[in-house]
Design a protein around this ligand. Structure first.
Ligand SMILES: [Zn+2]
Length: 193
């Protein structure tokens, strides 16, 4: 098995947050930051809920949203380092994130006799908890031979990130849209050459 389900969920959520909260390009379309506090809170909530959570927006204060956005900006740099093969810088950055978020391990149970190692922040506010979770997910990925499963889309005019959960680990694009865009561009190039 690749990552355990808790780590996979943390990484999937980190990818969704990075793709929503860092400015850049998504398959040729501009991605800009949410303009005001309300939009930022909604964007954080929506990105997290794409991963199967059911967070009501009232759980996310403006301070929580700002804290998550700051952590996510740094998480993007970690993924870029990994993509560039610079694991040393990725690890250094992740250690800073772990220290700053105060991430600490804790065993939680989801049913009789089943205990999972989770990471919490120094308090249970939404922003602190998720900052710790994002840092811990990156740390647990970097501590395995599968860190390279995090990457940046190779398509033209796209810089969104992805988590490759495929069996063969051959993913290069953030989406099937970017993959087919790149394929047809290569096909057109062959036709005209
Ligand atoms: Zn893409």
């Amino acid at each position: 098995m690749l990552f355990d389900s808790h780590v996979a969920t943390l990484l999937g959520t980190t990818v969704a947050l990075v793709n929503r909260l860092t400015p850049g390009l998504d398959g040729g379309r501009d991605v800009s930051l949410p303009l005001d506090e309300e939009a930022l809170r909604l964007a954080v909530r929506d990105a997290i809920n794409t991963q199967g959570y059911d967070v009501p927006v009232r759980r996310v204060t403006a301070a929580d949203a700002r804290m998550v956005a700051t952590t996510v900006t740094e998480a993007r740099r970690v993924v870029e380092d990994i993509d560039a093969g610079d694991l040393a810088t990725a690890a250094k950055r992740t250690n800073v994130l772990l220290r700053r978020s105060g991430a600490r391990p804790q065993l939680d149970t989801h049913g009789p006799g089943v205990w999972n190692l989770h990471f919490h922040g120094p308090n249970d506010t939404f922003g602190v908890g998720w900052s710790a979770g994002i840092a811990a997910g990156l740390a647990m990925a970097l501590g395995t031979p599968d860190a390279g499963r995090l990457g940046v889309c190779r398509a033209d005019r796209c810089d969104r990130v992805y988590l490759d959960t495929s069996r063969n680990g051959g993913r290069r694009f953030c989406s099937t849209r970017c993959q087919s865009r790149t394929k047809s561009a290569a096909h057109r190039a062959r036709q005209t050459s």
